[in-house]
Design a protein around this ligand. Sequence first.
Ligand code: AP5
Length: 202
Amino acid sequence: MNLILMGAPGAGKGTHAKGISERYSIPHISTGDILRDEVAKGSELGKTAKSYMDDGKLLPDDIIIEIVKQRLKEDDCKSGFLFDGFPRTIVQAKKLEGIADIEAVIYLKCDDEILLKRLTGRRMTDDGRIYNVYFDPPPPGVEVYQRDDDNEETIRERLKIFYETFAPIMDFYKQRGVFHEIRGDEEREVVFRNILSILEDI
Ligand code: AP5
């Protein structure tokens, strides 16, 4: 199954991608995670990525498309994949069309005030678990960190860019009949159930 999980920053893409990926045995491909790994390694790509990410800006399309093309060549993508954070521009969506057929795009819709609270409260572990100081605090003794781009100023810029770029991508996938919208600001279990009910019909 070739899937895309879309939503504004903090909509719950990373949270739900893990469960979908396990259930359908497809890799979770987060362009944000790939870039953060490169930043942690201190590679040339990582240095370039950091300058954009710290400001809440998108990286140039050609860099992202090349990353995705290489990732899709890996063996684990043969039976499908789940994108999280890609495509983010209409250019990326059109390029992807020449590379893979997308069966479903699920958009998690959330109000901005909730997104802001989720992102300022988000805490992560090194092995990819996601917690939230307001909604799902990390258990005592679990070491967590806060993403560099989860400060209010950068979050507002990320949200602004999301709303500037999202509409044409939504229209593009609506025209192809694969776009599904659900609320992302309900209880976690409810959101996940709603995602599965869409996927079970595919
Ligand atoms: P990226 O890593 O993709 O970040 P993002 O889109 O800003 O999304 P987030 O990871 O912040 O949010 P999420 O939806 O995964 O939320 P989560 O599940 O953690 O991109 C980062 C940067 O990389 C970009 O700004 C850009 O610079 C660059 N980049 C990446 N891809 C790119 C591309 N394609 N093109 C160009 N540049 C690119 O949830 C958030 C919090 O809410 C958590 O604490 C969670 O516990 C909580 N939560 C989630 N769901 C619920 C719920 N139902 N109830 C209560 N709490 C919940």
